[in-house]
Design a protein. Structure first.
Length: 575
């Protein structure tokens, strides 16, 4: 697990407490074996990161091992590409399964034999009810289910039918193998749940060798037992399934007896983590793909500039609880913001350029000024940035008629250029047709080199800038939260798509940057001074033509917006 920093409160982790107790009591012979069991039917997201960090982290902490196992029991939705992406994401997070890469499909022969064992003991039967009829027979929370008319078939008949299912004699939906448990059980899951169904679909690993596939609840617990898992950790939606997990293992001759423990899944504000909804976002074109930097997938977060360390730290901080809750996405954003503040080199970039001409600076001359790479890192050193007669500053850093609390550049006002000189605006040049400001004329004080005045005079603003003839040009993508409301799916009357943030992506062309940024490598991360943290896109950037993605702003601007909204909602006091 990610190391705890000095002074940080210890996050809750009840599963860790269980393992400590088990080791003390020698419950599993002193062994700790966990597993991360993804279904290869999509890309991993930030919720999966919590499970990855938990399972691999606990195994490492207690000298155990953690397996990576793909629960590939539904060939209709699974692809080899998903397998490859999951392995990439787990490795990227910093975890290694070594030689313990497994698939549920590795065990298909053994699972089939286990199913036969249940049939022979009279605890499973082949049912020819249709899926709709099975649902009707199951009953409700207040009404018990009713037995299938096929429930009392003989062992011989059930074995014969199961073998014929395996041979492909029946069509999909014609029959299933069901456990014979209790149709009056208060836990609906225990009302003769299906164990095998027919799927005449090619499997990404076994091809056409099988046409029947085990249900997740049957394959999962038995795969755990085959691998000798001691602590089978899953999320709370499987809490009711634990009774079936135990029933299967208790009624079969298994090589080990794992125990299942459930923890609260991750719910993140301004985010959806439902795989079905993520697929909808892609298929309807609201995002480009699984690795769109606005997606909560690990590939999307990686492309946006999140680091493995920031995600591991986030997962450690939120802890492991028994009850579902929603984590504020700002905690995730702060995790990467804290890391990049310490590690990202500083550079200057102008996203909305406004030309400035220093009229008393010599023409055809340039200067080299020293800039600090990272004030948080004493070993980061310095760099040289060019200065010339023509510069670019941000459009928003100038106002012709400024309000009282605007301290940046205005006619007749003096400001500091970062690492450079004091400048004073003398003239404003406008487009004759539109009246738009297209250029500023300024003077500089050569005695203020480095940004300090020898006479001790002070200015109230420091602006970033780039030298116009030296600047690199690039596209910059300003990514923001994908949804505009904290709980996009909270209102059952409103489609979550209606809560999409229309400003989740703004692409700026012709941005001007320090010349060194023109040759930045894919994946490199920087702080653009006063603007935020950015990285070079890993998909669209070309050599010498970088595309920058905003990872996160310098501060939590959403918190300020939400505070302003709350203040507007408060009723005014009557005078």
């Amino acid at each position: 697990m990610e190391k705890q920093r000095a002074g940080e409160a210890t996050p809750p982790n009840f599963i860790r407490d269980i393992i400590i107790k088990d080791l003390k009591n020698n419950t599993h012979g002193g062994r700790v074996i966990t597993r991360f069991p993804p279904e290869p039917n999509g890309y991993l997201h930030i919720g999966h990161a919590k499970s990855i960090c938990l399972n691999f982290g606990l195994a490492a902490e207690f000298g155990g091992i953690c397996n990576l196992r793909f629960d590939d029991t539904n060939p209709a939705k699974e692809e080899s590409a998903y397998v490859d992406s999951i392995k990439t994401d787990v490795r990227w997070l910093g975890f290694d399964w070594e030689d313990r890469l497994y698939y549920a499909s590795n065990y298909f022969d053994r699972l089939y034999a286990f199913a036969e064992e249940l049939i022979r003991s009279g605890k499973a039967y082949v049912d020819h009810l249709s899926p709709e009829e099975i649902r009707r027979h199951r009953g409700t929370l207040t009404r018990p289910g009713t037995n299938s008319p096929y429930r009392d078939r003989s062992v011989e008949e059930n074995l014969d039918l199961f073998h014929r299912m395996r041979a492909g004699e029946f069509e999909e939906g014609a029959c299933v193998l069901r456990a014979k448990i209790d149709m009056a059980s208060p836990n609906i899951i225990m009302r003769d749940p299906p164990l095998y169904r027919i799927r005449k679909v090619r499997h990404h690993r076994t091809g056409d060798a099988w046409c029947i596939y085990p249900m997740y609840d049957f394959a999962h617990c038995l795969s755990d037992a085959i691998e000798g898992i001691t602590h089978s950790v899953c999320t709370l939606e499987f809490e009711n399934n634990r009774e079936l997990y135990d029933w299967v293992l208790d009624n079969l001759d298994v090589p080990a007896r794992p125990r299942q423990y459930e923890f609260a899944r991750m719910n993140l504000s301004y985010t959806v983590l439902s795989k079905r909804k993520l697929v909808q976002l892609i298929t309807e074109g609201h995002v480009k793909d699984w690795d769109d930097p606005r997606m909560p997938t690990l590939s999307g977060l990686r492309r946006r500039g999140y680091t493995p360390g920031s995600i591991r730290r986030f997962c450690r901080r939120i802890g492991v609880a028994r009850r579902d809750s929603t984590i504020d996405v700002s905690l995730l954003e702060n995790s990467i913001r804290e890391e990049l503040n310490r590690t990202a080199p500083r550079r200057m970039a102008v996203l909305h350029p406004l030309k400035v001409v220093i009229t008393n600076y010599p023409e055809n001359r340039s200067d080299s000024l020293t800039a600090i790479n990272n004030p948080q890192d004493p070993n980061a050193g310095t760099r040289e940035v060019p200065f010339s007669r023509e510069l670019y500053i941000e459009q928003e850093d100038f106002m012709e008629d400024p309000p009282r609390k605007f301290f940046r550049l205005a006619p007749g006002r003096e400001v500091r250029l970062r690492y450079a000189y004091f400048i004073t605006c003398t003239d404003v040049i406008k487009d004759e047709a539109s009246g738009e400001i297209i250029e500023l004329r300024c003077t500089y004080d050569p005695k203020t080199r480095g940004g300090n005045a020898p006479d001790g005079r002070k200015v109230k603003a420091t602006l970033h800038w780039v030298s116009a003839p030296h600047a690199a040009t690039a596209d910059v993508r300003l990514y923001d939260r994908l949804f505009k409301t904290p709980n996009p799916t909270g209102d059952a009357q409103v489609d979550f798509i209606a809560n999409l943030n229309p400003d989740s992506l703004k692409t700026l062309s012709d941005c001007r940057l320090e010349p060194s940024l023109g040759t930045a490598d894919a994946g490199q991360q920087f702080q653009f001074e006063r603007l935020g943290y950015f990285c070079v896109d890993t998909r669209d950037a070309l050599p010498g033509k970088p595309v920058f993605n905003r990872t996160v702003t310098l501060r939590d601007t959403w918190a300020r917006i939400e505070k302003q909204m709350q203040q507007k909602k408060k009723p005014r006091k009557k005078s």
